[in-house]
Design a protein around this ligand. Sequence first.
Ligand SMILES: C[S@@+](CC[C@H](N)C(=O)[O-])C[C@H]1O[C@@H](n2cnc3c(N)ncnc32)[C@H](O)[C@@H]1O
Length: 479
Amino acid sequence: MIPARKYELSEEDFERFRKLINQTSGIFFDRGKRDLLRLGLSDRADEVGAENLTDYYERLTSIPERETELRRLLDHLSVQETQFFRNLPQFDALRKFVIPEIVRRKAQGYRNLRFWSAGCSTGQEPYSLAMSLLDVLPDPDTWNIQILGTDLSESALATAKQGWYPERRLNGMDRLHRERYFRESDGGFRVAEPVRRMVHFARHNMVTDPLPISIFGTCDIVFCRNVIIYFTHETAKYVIEHFFDILNPGGYLFLGHSETLWKMSAKYSLVEMGDAFIYKKPLPRSLAGRRFIPDRRLRDNPLPPGVDSDRRESTERRDALSETDLINVPERADGGSLDDDAPQIDPQVGKARKSIDLGENDKAVELLLDSLKRNGDTAEAHFLLGIAYERKNDLEMAAESFRRAIFCDGTHSLAYFHLANMLERLGSFKGAVKEYRKAVKALKEDSPGRWEIDLDAFDDEALMNLCEWKVENLGGIEN
Ligand SMILES: C[S@@+](CC[C@H](N)C(=O)[O-])C[C@H]1O[C@@H](n2cnc3c(N)ncnc32)[C@H](O)[C@@H]1O
C-alpha cells in the first residue's frame, strides 16, 4: 500500500480541526495527540486530493459533500478497539445480579427488556449482551427483547451488521459460548441467527443526535464503555445526563474500566457487584408500590356541539362519580380496585391493560374498542388504545387515540407526551414541539407521582426533563 502523503498541520489549522471534530463527535485531541491528528487528517486529505490541510479544511466545511466527508473523517479518527465479553467482571455482574434483578421487577408486568450499547463499534458488545441474556433467561421467548447497538462509524456498523468475525476476534472466549452462539462460515465465525435477531444496529451520534428514545423507548441498561474517555469533561457530562433520561428508574449504566462519573453526575448511585462497579439510576421512592387509576373527569373539556346526548349523559354520570385522581390501592386480579369507594374501571379496560403487558396488542385493541362502544369515551380507554396501537407501530391510529384521551381529560400529561412522540416519529416536528410543551405544562400541574410506571417507566421529573429537552432540540427543525 502506498503510504499517504504527510501534510503539515499549522497551529491555526490544529485549533480549528480539533474544534470541528469535538463539536461534531465529542472526540477531543489534546496537544499530546497533535501528531496523531495530523496523520489521520493526512490520510483523508490525500484520499480526496487536497493540496494541503488548509485546503482540506475548506473542503470539509464548504464542499457540497461535506457531510459525507466529515463522516468519513470521524470514522477514520475514532478508536474502534473492542472484543467479545470485554471486561469479564462486568459481564459476570450483568448475569448474576443485574439481569435477574430487572427480570424480577418486570416479570409480572410488560415483559420487555431494552439494552442500549452506545458506541458499539463492530458489534461485539451488543452481541455479548444478547448472549448474556440467553445464558441466564430461562424463558427468553416470553420476553420482548430489544438490544440496540449504535455508533457514528459506518464502517464499524457494517461489520457489526454482518456479524462475521475472523477466528482471532474470538480469542479468549470460552468453548461453551463459541459453540453455542457461533457458526463456522467462510473461514471465520458468524454470530448465530437467534443472537443476531435480538440486536438492531443504527448510526447514531450521541453528541449531536437526539436520544433514540422515540424509536427505541426507554432502556433498562446502557453500556457506554471506552467512549467518553475520548471526550472533554463537558461533553462527557452532557452525554451522561442524557443516558439518565433514557434509563428506566432502577436501570443501570455500565462505563469502561477507567471511566468514572466523579465530578460529572451525582444523580446515579455507584453499586459494587462482585468485582465490578456499576452506576444505577435510583428507583423513585415516591412511586414504590403505587398503582395508578387515571383521572376520568372531563374538566376543562366540555363536549363540543353535535355530540349526541347519550354520550353527554354518560359523561355527566362519570363526572359525578370521579372523586380522586390517584389512589394507592392493592391490585385485583381483574385489574380493578379493592377500594369500594374508588371509581370503578370497566373490567374490560383492566383486561386490556394486562393484554398490553403481555404484548397481546391486537387483543387489547379489540377489548378497548368494545369497551368504548359500550361505555362511551373515557380517557383511560383511549389512552390504552393509543399505547396498543403504538406498540403495533400504527402511529397514525395511536396519535388519534391519544388526541381523544386528551379530549376526555385535558390534564392527561402522559397522553400529551405520547401524542408528541407519535408526531415526532411521523415527522411532524412543529406539532410535536407544541404537544411536548403541553405535556410540560400538564406535568407541572400534576400531583407528584400521578402516573404509575408500568407503561413507560418514567418518573415525573425524568419525563419533564425529556419533554423540555425535546422542545429545545426539535424547536429549530422546520417543517
Ligand atoms: C473504543 S470503541 C468502544 C467499543 C465498545 N463500547 C467497547 O468498549 O468494547 C469506541 C467507539 O465509540 C464510537 N464513538 C465515538 N464517538 C462517538 C459518538 N459521538 N457517537 C457514537 N459513537 C461514538 C467510536 O466510533 C468507536 O467505535
